[in-house]
Design a protein around this ligand. Sequence first.
Ligand code: HEC
Ligand code: HEC
Length: 336
Amino acid sequence: MTQPNQATAKTNWLSICICIVLCIALAGCGSFQQPVMQPPTDTPQVEIVSESATQMPTALPTATSMPPTATPTEPPPTATLAPTATPEPTSAPQSPIDRLVAVRNADNGAALFHTFQEAANYSCANCHSTTSEKELIGPGLLNIKHRAAQRSPEQSPAEYIYQSIVDTKAYVVEGYDAELMPANWAEIYSDLEIFDIVAFLMTLEGRSDIDDPDPAAETSSVDMSVYGEIALPDTADAERGAELFAELQSAAGFACAGCHFTDSELRLIGPGLQNVGARAETRADGQSAVEYLLRAIVNPADYLVPNYDAGVEPDNYAQIFSEAELYDLIAYLLTL
Ligand code: HEC
Ligand code: HEC
């Protein structure tokens, strides 16, 4: 009985000794680690907390060499980046198109937008103003980013604009002809180039130039009384008119000749103007040919030629041409 007792006492003492040694070792480890952390940071204790907090995650994965912990720590930064990138309008999660467009080159997009493409027979800029919401041939694209949300609420603005380019018939803007916009941009431009264009269009923001209450022709129409009595002055010069007709007017985006044949009555974009002088007499009741032609140039919405759309002919010729030049143009039209 004594031997077993002595044995248990020995093992008890042994285990106590082991315990003490272990405790010292553990305590040593603890105090061994702490001095290492503290000496490099001779800063106040409050700072140590934040420093060790930031050091820990980076130190841990490398120390324990656990890549899986390294990857989970990366998503949070991206998750916090996304909300800061788009704090205002879109609370919806970003689609791949949104993320791609966000990093694309808008300057390159602007250049592509203005580049004439043989395969489409146009540049985007031929049909779309970037400084106005008014229509040229297609809708003005100023503030398109904001209008996109109304057009197609289930898509993000970038998605809607991208779709408008690659799948023109998916959404046809009210009042426009679905066939008008070339449908082959996806063959002309690579996807990345189209993302550049979308990135450019997303930058088009500014004060709306469409008056909210009545965007109709009245607001842009010219007060015809500024032209006094509407009759062809003796000084009107048909040759000069012919030159003006052929000149590109950058403020309008086109030359008259870009939209009108002069040796035919066939349709180009606008009606052919051969014999327009004779037709002009009959177009509008009570208007002389000269008055009708003047209105047709400065206020195209006043009279709409049958089978043609309003808003295609630029409505800013009164600002582009002087009164004398307008009469030169009319003198030329009367010779056709
Ligand atoms: C020949 C004229 C023409 C050309 C060239 C053209 N478009 Fe269009 N575009 C239109 C017309 C017309 C519409 C309206 C009808 C529709 O929705 O398809 C339109 C619609 C759009 C819309 C939707 C606008 C809105 O208010 O919702 C966008 C965006 C657009 N075009 C971008 C482009 C880009 C970018 C290019 C060049 C890659 C281009 N367009 C070339 C005529 C054109
Ligand atoms: C972007 C195309 C475009 C440009 C540029 C353009 N027009 Fe037109 N024009 C049209 C369209 C479309 C019509 C028919 C719709 C209408 O009556 O407004 C038209 C109608 C006319 C008419 C009436 C024709 C008729 O048979 O009654 C005349 C005249 C005319 N344009 C002259 C001009 C002159 C002059 C210029 C240059 C200063 C010019 N247009 C520039 C597209 C254009």
